[in-house]
Design a protein around this ligand. Structure first.
Ligand SMILES: *[C@@H]1O[C@H](CO)[C@@H](O)[C@H](O)[C@H]1NC(C)=O
Ligand SMILES: *[C@@H]1O[C@H](CO)[C@@H](O)[C@H](O)[C@H]1NC(C)=O
Ligand SMILES: *[C@@H]1O[C@H](CO)[C@@H](O)[C@H](O)[C@H]1NC(C)=O
Ligand SMILES: [Zn+2]
Length: 496
């Protein structure tokens, strides 16, 4: 017996020294690398140089954090780390990198809270606490609307020295004592929704609406993002004299802003709409939705990308309950881009929204946080090539993921699933552009070895998986490629 053990050990050692273990290890790791998103990209010599620079920044930052994990920004709540991220050379490089398009963003949360606050200095703006939330409205005089005791913002401002600091804070989710007051997704969603409620009467005033949306496009452009697919509830806009417009009329204002922006920014590819009414509005009637969609198709055929439902999924109506209506809408030739599975409740109705989104033919899926718990759904996603819209900061701020190293998209990246990175509601967490979310993805969700190949793939994906036609995507890719080449060529001129 003893001699047998000795013999076994001898054989093992022989195998080791023969290199079987090392060879196997090497080949296993190599095989895994081939699965990672971006693995098929081949970098040019010039790109390799940029990659070297990028990776030296990345590894230095990771090594420092490994020694002192308390300094690793993606592991901590975003509101406490944004300043640190802004100082990172990786982040600075990401800002300069052409990132393609933003495919998941909500139209009234795309500029900054400070921009919103700046808009409150306009004439004729009134404020009032309505249903427990401070709301804003442009009125000719305080009596024009009697649902509330409206007071001129100008007056409130003069009465209270701290008014502006307070008002500014209503547009963003951050509070000093955050950890004590918001402990779960439901609580956080209520404060999140308040930011929208306060901003609504401000941004739905037609002239402000145009100004706000223009700023949203400008912020993307500044971050080297050249295309946008925005979700909009199509709020009814109003004029100072009380004239209100129909939902579908909102399109004409979107379209004119996009046109104006593209005139001044020829590199910008455009912006398209995903019409997305609230899922938990009892008054959602699919007859009205179908009519609106039909009218949009007739009047503004080029801007419509498709349909979605928005709002807190866990407390909202599940996709399954709308399945019949959704199938009817499909008959109009409308594509779907559903939010589905923005939940951490495994096998809840919300979790199963992912399954329903796939079966209902969703072209992309927003969040899908529980997807990795559904093996068959994963197979279908791969087979049908359905990309997941990953919004890391949103998921963290809304308390679905704590430390972003634990984000489920790690699995998707490791297995080469098609994903795109986006920013969801940047104004609620005071973010501009996609670079913060790219930073989180690159530094925490993807592996230490993930490099420029991943970033390039993510940028390409955002055009490949957009709603643009095949031809438009070709044109968009060409334009992105030109930007990318110039980024690669000129990087040595840039300062970090
Ligand atoms: C209200 O204002 C808008 C925009 O200034 C204008 O087009 C419209 O004619 C006005 N309507 C009335 C009834 O005055
Ligand atoms: C539905 O609409 C009716 C009439 O407009 C309104 O009175 C009611 O409050 C609405 N219900 C909800 C839940 O929004
Ligand atoms: C948003 O971030 C900027 C820094 O980039 C900061 O100056 C500003 O105070 C922040 N705004 C709010 C409302 O927190
Ligand atoms: Zn969203």
């Amino acid at each position: 017996m003893r001699s047998l053990i000795v013999l076994l050990i001898a054989i093992l050692i022989a195998n080791f020294t023969n290199g079987d273990f090392w060879k196997m290890r090497e080949s296993l790791i190599e095989r895994e690398k081939n699965h990672v998103l971006g693995a098929s990209i081949v970098l040019s010599d010039q790109e390799e140089l940029v990659n070297k620079l990028l990776m030296s920044y990345k590894l230095q930052e990771l090594d420092e954090a490994y020694q002192n994990p308390a300094n690793f920004a993606p592991s901590k709540y975003f509101f406490h780390t944004r300043a640190k991220i802004e100082n990172s050379p990786v982040y600075k490089l990401l800002r300069l990198m052409p990132k393609g398009g933003a495919l998941h963003g909500h139209s009234t949360a795309l500029a900054t809270p400070d921009f919103l606050h700046g808009l409150t200095y306009k004439d004729n703006l009134y404020g009032c606490r309505l249903n427990g939330v401070f709301q804003l409205r442009f009125l000719q005089n305080g009596n024009q609307d009697n649902t509330c005791k409206w007071k001129l913002i100008d007056t409130l401002r003069k009465m209270d020295l701290n008014f502006d600091e307070w008002l500014r804070s209503q547009f963003v989710m951050f509070r000093e004592n955050f950890n004590e007051i918001y402990r779960n997704e439901n609580q956080i969603w209520s404060i999140f929704e308040r930011t929208f409620t306060t901003a609504r009467g401000l941004v739905t005033h037609r002239p402000v609406f145009e100004e706000y949306f223009y700023e949203a496009l400008r912020l993307l452009y500044d971050d080297n993002v050249m295309y946008l697919e925005f979700r909009s509830t199509l709020p009814q806009l109003y004029e100072l004299n009380g004239t209100t417009y129909k939902s579908e009329d909102t399109l004409q204002f979107y379209q004119s802003v996009i046109g104006k922006f593209m005139e001044g920014h020829p590199k910008f590819i455009g912006a398209r709409l995903i019409y997305a009414p609230y899922r938990n509005n009892d008054n959602v009637t699919f007859n009205a939705i179908s009519t609106t969609l039909y009218n949009i198709q007739m009047r503004y055929p080029t801007i419509l990308a498709g349909f979605d439902l928005v709002g807190h999924e866990d407390s909202g109506t599940s996709l399954l309950k709308y399945a019949w209506e959704v199938k009817r809408i499909a008959k109009l030739g409308i594509n779907f881009y559903f939010h589905a599975g923005e939940t951490i409740w495994y096998q809840s109705d919300t979790d199963y929204n992912v399954i329903d989104a796939i079966l209902l033919g969703s072209k992309r899926i927003g969040h899908a946080l529980g997807l990795t718990k559904h093996p068959v759904a994963l197979e279908m996603i791969k087979e049908r090539n359905i990309p997941i819209e990953v919004c890391p900061i949103s998921n963290q701020v809304l308390l679905y993921v704590d430390d972003l190293r634990n984000h489920p998209a790690s699995f998707l990246i490791a297995n080469g699933f098609p994903i795109v990175i986006s920013y969801d509601d940047p104004s609620a967490w005071n973010v501009t552009g996609l670079s913060y979310d790219f930073y989180m993805t690159f530094m925490a969700i993807a592996g230490r070895g993930a490099d420029l190949k991943l970033l390039k793939q993510l940028s390409i994906n955002s055009i490949l998986y957009s709603s643009l036609s095949l031809n438009e995507r070709k044109v968009a890719l060409k334009s992105w490629e030109a930007d990318w080449d110039s980024f690669i060529k000129n990087i040595h001129l840039l300062k970090f």
